[in-house]
Design a protein around this ligand. Structure first.
Ligand code: SOE
Length: 391
């Protein structure tokens, strides 16, 4: 087993999920590489040092350019707010480092396209952390769809609901709250939450071709943490869109941070000609499945407890029946990245895949601004087994 030296940029919420994944992966998966927590980089030296101590990083940096210049770093992992993804990723790729980047890839399609160009010119292994794909029940949904169990897909329905920004006194900008600052985040719920739904949807059901959307900003002004001034809010607090997939199926997506009572309710439902599936992040180890071909007297929704050894990823964990959680989706992404590296294959979603999700987000925002349907111009390359073609 070879070592892979990680240089992490950013020590917030995502810095923690990724660090946890690097630390645990080799205990549970037999992989060609083992990650080494070489260095963590952050602007606040005291906080960076405390983070390094807590998570076991060997060293710290306060300037990401110095981290990238280090010869002992193989992979740069970007866990910073969205406005620095492009600069760091492009510099890292040019320095020949592998790059793992938090979602969404860019704030705009133009920014994401530059990142893809740099990564592909450098030919470095890369991935974007759309972690929900790797929750075993979601991966099982992918297997069921690819095996043809659902048949032709008619409908895809997804929501991602939160309620943490209803308070109008909440400022914008700064740690965590950069998500409310359009300059930092690029957009609101569209880039932050719907991008997850779009990534899962296109992975499961192929490219989204056309969209029409509406957005709303409920709180129009908020104090900015960094300037101390009350400033206009430029993000979308809520977004809903409908659209069409390349395979002819229809979709509805909704996301908001104003759904009182919901903390992270990410759900999707897919209706096919033979069968339907439903998944809910609040009950993430279960996949609901209905198959019309079952004997009629016992036909109904089954709740599959995705914990058995022949279900995705589960043989690496405990014994059948014992479940895992949110943090394991990140462990799975590291495992898949390291395995793909050993096999000389891409680990999806790649930067190019994430650019396609950014295209849908941008088309959604453009539709909301213009009131018109938009073509997404998505060029989605499905996994080996292509999703059902349009009939
Ligand atoms: C926002 O609250 C957030 O943390 C997103 O940034 C994550 O991507 C999502 O998985 C959970 O919610």
């Amino acid at each position: 087993m070879k070592n892979l030296n990680i240089g992490l940029v950013g020590y917030g919420f995502m810095g923690r999920t990724h660090s946890n994944a690097y630390r645990r992966v080799s205990n549970f998966f037999n992989l060609p590489y083992t990650p080494v927590l070489k260095a963590v980089c952050g602007r606040d030296e005291a906080k960076t040092k405390a983070f390094a101590e807590q998570w076991g990083y060997e060293s710290t940096e306060s300037d990401w350019k110095k981290l990238i210049a280090r010869k002992d770093i193989d992979a740069i992992d970007i866990c910073t707010p969205n406005d620095s993804h492009a600069e760091i990723a492009i510099a890292a790729a040019k320095a020949g480092k592998m790059v793992l980047c938090e979602k969404p890839l860019g704030r705009t399609v133009a920014e994401a396209a530059k990142m893809v160009k740099a990564i592909e010119a450098a030919g470095v292994p890369n991935t974007v952390w759309y972690n929900y794909r790797r929750i075993p029940a979601v991966t099982l949904a992918k297997q069921l769809i690819d095996s043809g169990k659902l048949g032709r897909i008619f409908h895809y329905r997804a929501v991602f609901l939160q309620d943490w920004t209803i308070n109008a006194d909440l400022p914008q900008g700064g740690a965590g709250l950069w998500r409310l600052d359009a300059k930092s985040a690029g957009s609101g719920v569209t880039g932050d939450l719907l991008s997850h739904c779009i990534d899962t949807a296109m992975w499961l059901n192929g490219g989204i071709s056309d969209v029409t959307a509406m957005t709303e900003t409920f709180v129009k002004e908020r104090k900015h943490t960094l300037t101390g001034k009350v400033e206009k809010v430029g993000i979308d607090d809520a977004c809903a869109f409908i659209g069409r997939f390349d395979n002819g199926s229809l979709c509805t997506f909704e996301s908001t941070r104003y759904a009182r009572g919901h903390k992270a309710l990410y759900t999707f439902e897919i209706n096919g000609e033979h069968a339907s599936i439903k998944w809910d992040l609040h009950d993430l180890h279960r996949l609901e499945y209905f198959d019309y071909r079952d004997e009629s007297i016992t036909r109904g929704w089954r709740s599959i407890h995705v914990t058995d050894g022949d279900q995705p990823y589960m043989k690496n964990w405990w014994v059948p029946g014992l479940q895992i959680g949110y943090e394991h989706s990140f462990v799975h992404q590291v495992a898949d990245f390291l395995q793909a590296l050993g096999d000389g294959k891409p680990c999806r979603p790649t930067f190019r895949d994430a650019l396609e999700s950014d295209k849908v987000c941008e088309a959604v925002l453009k539709s909301a601004a213009t009131g018109k349907w938009q073509k997404t111009k998505v060029d989605w390359k499905p996994d080996a087994k292509a999703v059902a073609k349009k009939k």
